[in-house]
Ligand binder design. Structure first.
Ligand code: ADP
Length: 133
């Protein structure tokens, strides 16, 4: 089934000039770049987006990190795009991410893990509306 999913290239990816490399991973996997824009995120949108971790001790640091500079927002489409993008991205902690994944190759900590990707079709729909609606 063709799906759409949502990705953020986080500030560490921008600062370390990894935008092209990250997008190349998705293009090489035959995913289609449907939309792309740069945006400075606000505390308000991050509080919605990261609501599921808002009680965690790392939440204030996560918000500060996500506002360090403008991020790149992507909509990707393709067969089973949600699961395939999550697979290409890898586990949250770069040390636990499978070799060859974006986070394993470029991530430097649990926080600075280069990309966000929607974890389900439901989240993808909500996140696309939140950031592109
Ligand atoms: P994922 O992004 O892999 O879906 P979560 O939704 O659990 O992971 O967490 C959201 C983001 O919060 C992570 O991508 C990461 O940037 C940050 N994060 C998660 N766990 C930690 C942690 N223990 N310490 C610092 N930052 C964290």
């Amino acid at each position: 089934m063709t799906e759409k999913t949502f990705v953020i290239i986080k500030p560490d990816g921008i600062q370390r000039q990894l935008i092209g490399k990250v997008i190349q991973r998705f293009e090489q996997a035959n995913l289609t770049l449907e939309k792309m824009k740069m945006k400075t995120l606000t505390k308000e949108v991050l509080t919605e987006h990261y609501q599921h971790v808002s009680k965690q001790p790392f939440f204030p640091g996560l918000c500060a990190f996500m506002m360090e500079c403008p991020v790149v927002l992507l909509i990707l489409s393709g067969e089973r795009a949600v699961a395939r993008v999550r697979q290409l991205v890898g586990a949250t902690d770069p040390l636990e991410a499978a070799p060859g994944t974006i986070r394993a190759d470029f991530g430097t900590s649990k926080q600075r893990n280069v990309v966000h990707a929607s974890d389900s079709l439901e989240s993808a729909t909500i996140e696309i509306e939140r950031f592109f609606g």
